[in-house]
Design a protein around this ligand. Structure first.
Ligand SMILES: Nc1ncnc2c1ncn2[C@@H]1O[C@H](COP(=O)(O)OS(=O)(=O)O)[C@@H](OP(=O)(O)O)[C@H]1O
Ligand SMILES: Nc1ncnc2c1ncn2[C@@H]1O[C@H](COP(=O)(O)OP(=O)(O)O)[C@@H](O)[C@H]1O
Length: 208
């Protein structure tokens, strides 16, 4: 059941084919892998590597990437605190639908505010929300700067840029934390592999 928003006189319609039946059909368990971190921390790179590795194993996943969703579903939103909260809420709801469809939904968004990520976690039943924290230092993200946005933010040409003049709240408890080891960043394949191992261990890739 969902809680009602602003509409009255609406009723939940129970679909006769359920999540368990869908999962059996595609031999996997639906869940949300939520990748959070600074711009340039490697979220999209991990999302795409994970997507490819799952595909190679015959498992269906789909990437919801923040940048891409802002071209369509969320194109009316900017980067104020309110807009970011609405951005995360919408993506959380969409991810929940994908997980209910039986898919492994990979959401990669900065999602800087803890309360917004926690609200998405609360939407998912049976703790099927796997939060992955890209704990990449700001200095490294800034040195990568593939889109030149940090440079613009430091020059004051972008206001409210995460990590510069807008906050990023790291998770207090997450399922997976990815970081440099001895000052070296693991390869995207190694990072994707770590998430695949977690999914395997928790039974998400087993026949249902
Ligand atoms: N002010 C500001 N702060 C942070 N990021 C900015 C900003 N303006 C534009 N961008 C670009 O938007 C991408 C982040 O979008 P998200 O939807 O993931 O952001 S959020 O979760 O709503 O905070 C982000 O993409 P990534 O670099 O892939 O994280 C940036 O390219
Ligand atoms: N594990 C990694 N090792 C080395 N470079 C990486 C790694 N992950 C990402 N990168 C590079 O860092 C930059 C930012 O990665 P990206 O995935 O676009 O980050 P985000 O989606 O968090 O903004 C890209 O140029 C990418 O090639």
């Amino acid at each position: 059941m969902s809680s009602l928003g602003n509409s009255n006189n609406i009723f939940w319609q129970e679909c006769p084919v359920g999540k368990l039946e869908r999962q059996k059909l595609i031999n996997q368990k639906g869940c949300v892998v939520w990748i959070t971190g600074l711009s340039g921390s490697g979220k999209s790179t991990l999302a795409f590597s994970l997507n490819r590795q799952l595909y190679s194993r015959g498992k269906l996943s789909y990437v919801l990437d923040g940048d891409n969703l802002r071209h369509g579903l969320n194109k009316d939103l900017g980067f104020s605190a309110e807009d970011r909260t609405e951005n995360i809420r919408r993506v959380g709801e969409v991810a929940k639908l994908f997980a209910d469809a039986g898919m492994i939904c990979i959401a990669s968004l900065i999602s800087p505010y803890r309360k917004d990520r926690d609200a998405c976690r609360a939407m998912l039943p049976d703790s099927n929300f796997i939060e992955v924290f890209m704990n990449t230092p700001l200095s490294l993200c800034e040195s990568r700067d593939p889109k030149g946005l940090y440079k613009l933010a430091r020059a004051g040409k972008i206001k409210g840029f995460t990590g510069i003049d807008d906050p990023y709240e790291p998770p207090l408890q997450c399922e997976i934390e990815l970081q440099q080891i001895d000052g070296v960043c693991p390869t995207p394949t190694a990072m994707g592999g770590q998430v695949v191992s977690y999914l395997e261990e928790k039974g998400y890739l087993e026949d249902q």
